[in-house]
Write a protein that binds this ligand. Sequence first.
Ligand code: HOZ
Length: 426
Amino acid sequence: MTSRSSGLFHAAQKRIPGGVNSPVRAFRNVEGEPFFIARGQGARIWDVDGNEYVDYVGSWGPAILGHSPKVVVEAVHDTATRGLSFGIPNPLEVEMAELICDWMPSIEKVRMVNSGTEATMSCIRLARGFTGRDKIIKFDGCYHGHADPLLVKTGSGALTHCQPSSAGVPRAFGDLTISLPFNNAELLRKAFHENKNAIAAVILEPIPANAGLYFPEKKFLPVVREECTNNGAVLIFDEVITGFRAARGGAQQIYGLKPDLTALGKIIGGGLPVGAFGGRAEIMDQLSPDGPVYQAGTLSGNPIAMAAGLAQLRELERIDAWKLLEELGAQFDKIAREAIEHAKLEITFHRLGSMFCLFFAPGPIVDLASAQRSDLKMFARFFHGCLKRGVNFAPSQFETGFISTAHTPEDIKRTGAVVREALADL
Ligand code: HOZ
């Protein structure tokens, strides 16, 4: 008998390219077919065939309070009864802007958009407008959404499907993007030296989370900051994943650095489609209508999205979520490492707070090249071993797992047992 998920996937493939609205969901590199979701509550999700899973995808980041958190659902409901969208300024936009600037002090002014892609894309245009320069530097494996200048040696779904640089990006655009290995300060210095007064911006995920999860070495981010300052380039932190998750003030709080611009998304929308970008007032004031850099959006600052995001952020603060997430993360860490040790396999486990990744490769993993040493076939078998036992991890080696405040110590204990069994089967 065909499962309902399978039936839906076949119907979807006739009308949606690849059957999905975002490529990494297609399960291509883990083989098999994606399941279709019916509902989620807390740390659990149920597919349309009634199977239950403990979920560590968390909508790829936004669901930091778990699925359908009461405070967010009520805020959405309450706001929706007064209107869905106006395209007229609303008070919630001001509240959101004030909250973001308060929690991330490098942001003096902020503008709301509808996705992380819009946020990073707007940062690049703004940096070019501000500096009057064209070239940008990014890092291999860092994924910043799917805007043209950033689809060069990128991560996430593009990397999963072995096309880290996209067709359809005009060569002239690609030529303006320099992609360097992450954690390589020497090559960054060299790139600045060879492109004197030509670099508008350096963009990076301060904690890369789209080619698995790895970390900046101690001196790397300070060198990036210094080089940008010395060369008059705009430093852009893509904190679409880490913003308000890695810490209340994001990765920039952890590393004690101030970027010039920051791109945000995911968590600030509470599960609705939202992005934001902000930073130094002097740069942000270049935006239209004050300045010459154009950027706009019918649904930007949408009241329901603002209400959802504000409810989620305030709840994080109310429950001191970062402390709880660290506790849950530490428990996950211990259980995962024990399971890995028991399996006697070459697996590298990385975790920071509520973010984690198991690389099926020996360490150290510090950049895209080392992440790509992973055994993707083994990852695929592990993924399915967990899924069939009721634990949902992202269907790609090159993504990050997310723990939410709704995961209980029992969920994590059960996950540990599942990971141990799945590894034993490999
Ligand atoms: N780019 C997202 C993961 N880093 C995937 C989004 C999705 O497929 O929903």
